[in-house]
Ligand binder design. Sequence first.
Ligand code: PMP
Length: 394
Amino acid sequence: MLENLTAQPADKILALMAKFKTDPRSDKIDLGVGVYKDASGTTPVMRAVKEAERRILADQSTKAYTGLAGDPAFGAAMRDLVLADSVPTERVAAVATPGGTGAIRQALELIKLAAPKATIWLSNPTWPNHPSIVKYLGMPMAEYRYFDQVTRGVDFAGMLTDLETVAAGDVVLLHGCCHNPTGANLTYDQMSQVIGIMQKKGAVPLVDIAYQGFGDGLEKDAQITRLIARSFENCLIAASCSKNFGVYRERTGILMAVAKDPDQQALTQQTLAFLNRQNYSFPPDHGARVVTTILTDPDLRADWEDELEETRKTMLVLRQQLADELKRLTNSDRFDFLADHRGMFSRLGTTPELVEKLREDHGIYMVGDSRMNIAGLNAETVPILAKAIVSAGI
Ligand code: PMP
């Protein structure tokens, strides 16, 4: 049987990680995989997470199954964090999932049941796992323009033009904040225009929010998601806790589906529980319990918010330092976009050949599309990267 297998496409980011590991150069710089790293290059367990885990270890009296949708307290805490009061609780169905990836997968499976012919529209570019999963599920897929290769901002005119061709019932995947891989984001007003077109066309939004708190702050980063939630009868929201709680390996995420009324919510909730049952039965609980413990305890929550703010500001400072250093070296403002981008990533906007040159000549690793993980930098490596960018002729 197994002899019939053919090799699947390798995940480029994970392959790059493996390459970095075997590079013997001691001054190599890893700007590849999307994991937050502090100045010393470690991905810390957040203080509030440690404390929540200590409490869970001391107090937890059973490891019996939760529910198919996960712990309802997690659902309520995440609904508040992401959606606040943008839509009435009775309209929101939710299931805990293994990470944000699990939430996206379940969202697509839900769409497959409800609207099997719907085309899934993805930004060009987007996180590579989006098209990979859509393709794997055999769903129709299309792209809308997103990145302006010249300004390194959003190609807003191109995006609007492409969204004008969306058919009724199609699903448009939008990043809630901190677009991956570009770092370029729509303003609130631009998103209002996108919403206007989608409403006119009868399209349904699927929001992927994986970096709430990494861009402009916890509340601001949720504004676009909340605006979308309140603007449509139906909308799907896949949220990840991997980055903002630093619980990557615990696989913690949630899929929320906004229904038009409580009856539709009940049917959707039942369907989501069914989908969890088919795919993995009960979702992982530990990370979700940690997140719930933090979000519902005022002291832990305040400490988590403080640490998340420190993280966010660290990345903003690095962005500014890199933009300033490149301004100094090139005597131009053509790299100012780095300071305008938000989140963990920026797309430099150069060719795969020059990305390879940076790797070969300078030991600087970034994804082939020139996505850099800003958190992979520190005060010492910023000038090294800037110099390498200039000497590579980017
Ligand atoms: N969406 C986007 C845009 C992401 O960048 C990521 C993480 N790389 C995810 C979803 C999912 O993350 P996870 O499954 O680790 O929670």
